[in-house]
Ligand binder design. Structure first.
Ligand code: FAD
Ligand code: 8R5
Length: 467
């Protein structure tokens, strides 16, 4: 087939995975990536940033033949370890057993693995080449290198996987508005590090089992919920944890505005997260060196310029991080797009329109659920009503798995469309609320009657495909 070559902007997680899949299907793919090749330049500063990989992302990696390689370097997380203010902690499992777990992976290592795989499939990468402008009518783009030298390049089909601040999005927008809306969350984040246990004084490890390589339980995503804000920690393979503080940016204490320096922040931590603070020996350096990250949701009315240019991943639908699904959703995008393009390579206008038709309702749904999960993580996980609902849900999941599945499990461990998970979750939640209103406690609920209520009110869940 005499198809147009593909010009991909951005060789991050989504760009590299898409490039590999398109090359595997016989497309000629050129990738222009702003940053230098991470395999050559190394990851400067050595900060380990990790991400949670769940079933959707894993499924996309299976398609690409890369799942086993990735899992080999991942740390299994079985559930959330909730650290309450009184110092007590407990594990809330994410799934029913160890087949339903999420995986902590290093962003740098994952990106390098994907670049290797894409190159092996025949993709041509051009690093240190940043998109500056695009002339869609002449099929040319302008690129600028790291010293500011500009050049022009002729292009084929333009696909933008250049992240939340997408330059291709800005270029399309200047040609034909995309109907862009960016909603700031108003909360920011700061990354800190818990080093491997060997680098910590024995005294602070007593409570968490000092014999281990890790200062905390390694096989969990740790949460310190504090109502309006929280900390989380994800394990790294080397025995360290990346901690993230999520906090309002402005306003009454505590907010980033009321923590002007590391000593104010340390005082706040010793009050709110004393056990955690003792595990962060480089608190001052971390707090001073690492910037406050911003969090927002990006909504676009359109994701493409007819058959000439398309956006995917964060460039099309950046979301807040609280469901750990940004990368997972972007990876799911790549499978859909690669298969649509392979089916009709000459009809890019139709493919791009169909891609948006399929993916946009799902992107909107995960955007919404990610916002909701912030409240759940920072507040509800310690709330008795929420815990009662969870307990009742767990009973129903065992009693009628055909009619009840927790929304978190649909999002994290199945390939059911996000829009379905959102809608089904709402319907289930109404019934759970009704049962808890009509009964004084979970123990007093007749589970057979509850199961009957679900079975007679809701259609059965779709049969699940596995693997
Ligand atoms: P990016 O990964 O941002 O890649 C964009 C690429 O485009 C980059 O390589 C960039 O250099 C390049 N680029 C930018 N501008 C240009 C230009 N002008 N020209 C050429 N190239 C350009 N998601 C999860 O699923 N689970 C998690 O646990 C999770 N944790 C996260 C933790 C952090 C700290 C952050 C910030 C995000 C997290 N996410 C997580 C979200 C996830 O990182 C993103 O959804 C995902 O990286 C999106 O991939 P992308 O390729 O679309 O964008
Ligand atoms: N992203 C995650 C979850 C859900 C956990 C749960 C939450 C850090 C900037 Cl905040 C967050 C989750 O409901 O118990 N799974 O994976 C990843 C998360 O944050 C990532 C690490 C992050 C952006 C900073």
């Amino acid at each position: 087939m005499a198809q147009q070559p593909i010009t991909l902007i951005g060789g991050g997680l989504v760009g590299a995975l898409l490039a590999q899949q398109l090359a595997q299907r016989g497309f000629a793919v050129e990738v222009f990536e702003k940053r230098p090749d991470p395999r050559r330049a190394g990851f400067l500063g050595g900060r380990s940033i990790n991400l949670a990989l769940a079933e959707r992302g894993l499924q996309a990696l299976r398609h690409a033949g890369l799942a086993d390689d990735v899992l080999q370097r991942a740390v299994m997380m079985r559930g959330r370890m909730v650290h309450n203010h009184d110092g007590h902690s407990g594990l809330q499992r994410y799934g029913v057993d160890d087949s339903e777990v999420i995986w902590s992976v290093s962003r740098g290592a994952l990106n390098m693995l994907l670049l290797d795989a894409a190159e092996a499939a025949g993709v041509n990468f051009h690093f240190g080449q940043s998109l500056a402008a695009a002339d869609f009518d002449r099929q040319r783009i302008r690129l600028v290198d790291h010293v500011g030298i500009e050049r022009e390049q002729s292009v084929g089909l333009l696909i933008g996987a250049d992240g939340a601040g997408s330059a291709l999005r800005a270029a399309i927008n200047a040609h034909t508005p995309l109907g862009e809306r960016i909603e700031a969350l108003g909360h920011g984040y700061k990354e800190l590090e818990i080093p491997p246990a060997a680098e910590l004084p024995a005294a602070v490890l007593q409570l968490s089992g000092g014999r281990d390589q890790f200062a905390l339980e390694p096989h969990a995503l740790h949460i310190w919920p504090r109502g309006g804000y929280m900390c989380i920690a994800l394990p790294n393979t080397e025995g360290s944890f990346t901690v993230t503080l999520f906090l309002p940016g402005q306003g009454a204490a505590p907010s980033f505005a009321t923590l002007p320096d590391a000593s104010a922040a340390a005082a706040f931590f010793s009050e709110q997260f004393p056990g955690l603070l003792s595990l962060i020996p480089r608190f001052t350096e971390d707090f001073e060196q690492n910037p406050v990250g911003t969090l927002s949701t990006l909504y676009l009315e359109r994701w493409h310029l007819d058959g000439r240019a398309l956006l995917l991943g964060d460039a099309a639908h950046a979301i807040v991080p609280f469901h750990g699904q940004g990368m997972n959703c972007g990876f799911e995008d790549t499978v859909v797009l690669a298969s649509l393009l392979a089916e009709a390579p000459e009809d890019s206008a139709e493919v791009f329109a169909e891609f948006q038709r399929v993916r946009q309702p799902n992107a909107d749904a995960i955007a919404c659920m990610a916002l909701e999960n912030y409240v759940e993580m920072r507040d509800s996980v310690a709330d008795p009503h929420y815990l009662a609902k969870r307990e009742l849900g767990a009973l129903l999941a065992t009693r009628i798995p055909s009619h009840y599945m927790a929304r978190y499990r649909m999002v994290t461990f199945t390939h059911l469309p996000y829009a379905y998970a959102l809608e089904r979750g709402r319907a289930q939640d109404q019934l759970l609320e009704q049962l808890l209103r009509e009964n004084p406690s979970v123990a007093s609920i007749d589970i057979d009657a509850a199961a009957q209520l679900f079975a007679s009110t809701l259609p059965p869940l779709p049969a699940l495909r596995h693997g």
